[in-house]
Design a protein around this ligand. Structure first.
Ligand code: SAM
Ligand code: SF4
Length: 476
């Protein structure tokens, strides 16, 4: 088999509407962030437009695609163990098509073929929309590596969404920041914002298909628009996240809008005002702080101080007192002293987060911090991670208490996978909420919830609270 390395240029065609017809079954396993999940949905859509059917498991599918994550070493290693099993399968089943997409593919490129020669296609995240074209090259007998810098083309029609109610919509790809621990800029490339008209069009299409909630996605969503041309008469950028939210807010049928991930360096007052004023904007903000110590933040090259972070949250809470705040944090960054780590714990306690994603620092290839001499031992990192996780759970539980006895508007996403007799949905503040499908509390003497469907907005009285979820009954 020959190896083709594609470095597709800005003029390359988007995923081809190739040879629709029955092709066999496919299976996609997705690792990592919402961006990867959104990319997987687009790739699934492309496969189905080619004639592939969803398979029932990865051990019998005719095409297996791993959409990978390299943000931490353990995510990367997991992929290699999955690939080992598929490589074995391929030796006895040469018709199996084996694809590695996403960030490990981008990071490793051709060297992945040396490690797993059974692979047919290695493709970076910028090439997700080109899956059809790349598989055509594979069908002509080539092993293909697609990791070149690529201008992402509009391809908004083919995503196969996992949910029927909530959809992700990418608004900016890539990241121009240089956080010293992070591999994202090197695997996802430079920022590329989509045009506001294309984003609105995609949202209108989603509304027509019955979707009710849209989460706008970007690794650093506050950077939205800075690569698009245009200056307003007042001298500011014409395209910002705030302008985008105003542009898409009135799409009829979409009831709720969220966005993630926010960066404290670029989060503006203007954005906070817009969120407070636009009724569909949900009161939930995901704003990673990464550390509660200014010197660590500086070493991470984050570009803000703890005080600035505090001021953003104060401003949000003064305009939206019930807003939920979630964040990401890293413990065990090179050189992090016990005192610095304790400042992170203190910040979590002070702010009272609704949720914090915690991670032990993991040295990543081609990132500055990976080469610094003052790496902490695994034992220290694990100890800090365990302690911080316990604190996060405690503060989340305290935050959940405010819901007890309240009536919350819940957008129903479907039934609880663990208990089909219950509906599952989310509050505007993004708290997962369960309520029984039958025996709802009566409202004005009438039992409620008889004909509840996914996509309905239901008022739920919260009776039970846990750290990260709530339970109650529908009251109308
Ligand atoms: N763009 C977002 C931001 O500015 O915070 C984060 C995107 S990153 C995909 C998601 C999270 O992974 C980060 O917030 C960080 O907490 C974590 N992360 C990134 N690199 C890491 C590393 N080398 N070790 C541990 N955690 C890491
Ligand atoms: Fe990584 Fe920093 Fe970009 Fe977030 S902002 S994706 S942490 S480089």
């Amino acid at each position: 088999m020959s190896v083709t390395t594609t470095t597709a240029s800005a003029t390359a065609s988007a995923s081809a509407p190739v040879l629709a017809g029955r092709r066999g079954s496919y299976w996609i396993t997705t690792f990592g962030c919402q961006m990867n999940k959104a990319d997987s949905e687009r790739m699934a859509g492309i496969l189905e437009s080619m004639g592939y059917q969803p398979g029932s498991d990865e051990h019998s599918a005719d095409l297996v695609l791993y959409n990978t994550c390299t943000i931490r070493d353990n995510a990367e290693q997991k992929v290699y163990s999955y690939l080992g099993r598929q490589a074995q399968r391929k030796r006895t089943n040469p018709h199996l098509t084996l694809v590695v997409a996403g960030c490990v593919a981008q990071q490793e490129g051709e060297s992945l073929l040396r490690r797993v020669p059974e692979l047919d296609l290695v493709m970076g995240p910028q090439h997700a929309n080109r899956l059809g074209t790349l598989l055509e090259q594979v069908a002509s007998g080539q092993q293909v590596v697609a990791t070149g810098e690529h201008h992402i083309l509009e391809d908004i029609t083919t995503a196969r969404r996992d949910s029927q109610v909530c959809a992700w919509v990418n608004v900016i790809y890539g990241c121009n920041e240089r956080c010293t621990y992070c591999v994202v800029p090197s695997v996802r490339g430079a920022e590329q914002s989509r045009r506001p008209e294309a984003i609105r069009l995609e949202m209108e299409g989603l509304a027509e298909r019955g979707f009710k909630e849209v989460t706008l996605l970007g690794q650093n969503i506050d950077a939205y628009g800075r690569d698009l041309p245009g200056i307003t008469p007042e001298g500011r950028r014409q395209h910002t996240l705030t302008d985008l939210l105003q542009h898409v807010h009135d799409v009829e049928g979409i009831e709720r809008i969220r966005f993630a991930t926010s960066h404290p360096r670029y989060f503006t007052e203007r954005l906070i005002e817009a969120c407070a004023e636009l009724p569909k904007l949900c009161e939930h903000f995901h704003i990673p702080f990464q550390s509660g110590d200014d010197d660590v933040l500086k070493a991470m090259a984050r570009g803000y101080t703890v005080e600035r972070y505090r001021r953003i949250l104060e401003r949000i809470r003064s305009r939206m007192p019930d807003a939920a705040i979630s964040a990401d944090v890293i413990v065990g960054f090179p050189g992090e002293t016990d005192a610095q780590y304790r400042r992170t714990l203190a910040l979590i306690e002070e702010i009272g987060f609704d949720q914090v994603n915690t991670a032990a620092y993991s040295p990543r290839p081609h990132t500055p911090a990976a080469d610094w001499p003052d790496q902490l031992s695994e034992a220290v990192k694990v100890e800090r991670l365990q302690e911080i996780n316990a604190l996060v759970e405690r503060t989340a539980r305290l935050r959940s208490e405010r819901y007890r006895g309240r009536i919350e508007q819940v957008l129903v996403e479907g039934s609880n996978p663990r208990d089909p007799s219950q509906f599952m949905g989310r509050t505007r503040t993004n708290r997962l909420t369960f309520f029984p499908a039958k025996d709802q509390a009566s409202h004005n003497g009438e039992p409620q919830g008889g004909a509840i469907q996914p996509g309905d907005l239901v008022n739920v009285r919260i009776d039970e609270v846990r750290a990260f979820s709530l339970s109650g009954v529908a009251v109308g």
